[in-house]
Write a protein that binds this ligand. Structure first.
Ligand code: PEP
Length: 245
């Protein structure tokens, strides 16, 4: 059984004051589970300083390039240098609004690992895809390029299943729906390499709250959560972490 991990994706929310409040609370009351917090870029250094090692800090994206003339991009080496140890890769909002495809996402994963960052690879289907009954083939396709490119190194990746229809909508996948997709993801990993399916932590994300976290985290193939909106509320987030034991 894996140690549970709860990740906080602040998206494009926050301020110096909110960073101080949320990281101050987490550093003062460190949860029993592992926690990784993903603030926007400008607050990363402050978050690393305030976390005092009690929780991990990560970025919401990184460049696929090592360095160079890529205006607006942030490299994995820069993130590592300022103390970030995690990075989200392939969040559905990056896929949707920044047109990130599976090949680019695989390249970002590879770059993250070269730079000593643990990537959280996000996958998930849209409502239309779920209604058309193609959830499993969508997830399998999203996993294919990263698995192929990284091979055994994929063991260093954390995955998050985030049904797009459940992100920020208040509509959570039921524990049964989430467990079914997580079990499918594990079977895909096992088909690639039996070791991978045992090693990799699979998080669920999509309107996780203190009220639904216990049932979701009790599922056999759910190793924690990726939390958006509710991670901006200190008490709510601590309650979600408390459900991850
Ligand atoms: C997310 O941003 O990854 C997410 C799951 O958001 P929310 O919890 O708000 O649905």
């Amino acid at each position: 059984m894996h140690r549970k991990l709860v990740a906080a994706n602040w998206k494009m929310h926050g301020s110096n004051a909110l960073t101080a409040t949320l990281l101050g609370t987490l550093a003062a009351q460190p949860p029993a589970c592992e926690v990784a917090v993903f603030p926007p870029f400008p607050y990363l250094a402050q978050a690393v300083h305030l976390a005092r090692g009690a929780v991990g800090i990560g970025a919401q994206d990184l460049s696929a390039h090592a360095q160079g003339a890529y205006t607006g991009e942030v490299s994995g080496a820069m993130l590592h240098e300022i103390g970030a140890r995690w990075v989200l890769v392939g969040h559905s909002e990056r896929r949707q609004y920044h047109h990130e495809n599976d090949a680019l996402i695989a390249a970002k994963l590879q770059r993250a690992m070269e730079c000593g960052l643990t990537p959280v690879l996000c996958v998930g289907e849209t409502l239309d895809e779920r209604e058309r009954g193609i959830t499993e083939s969508v997830i399998a396709t999203q996993m294919q390029a990263p698995l192929h490119l990284l091979g055994e190194r994929f063991a260093g990746v954390v995955m998050a299943y985030e049904p797009v229809w459940a992100i920020g909508t208040g509509r959570t996948a039921s524990a049964v729906q989430a467990q079914a997709v997580h079990a499918f993801m594990r079977s895909q990993l096992a088909a690639h390499d039996a070791k991978l399916s045992r090693l990799i932590r699979l998080l669920y994300g999509g309107s996780v709250k203190a009220a639904n976290a216990p049932e979701l985290f009790a599922q056999p193939d759910i190793d924690g959560g990726l939390v958006g909106g509710a991670s901006l509320l200190a008490e709510e987030f601590l309650a979600i972490c408390a459900a991850a034991h």
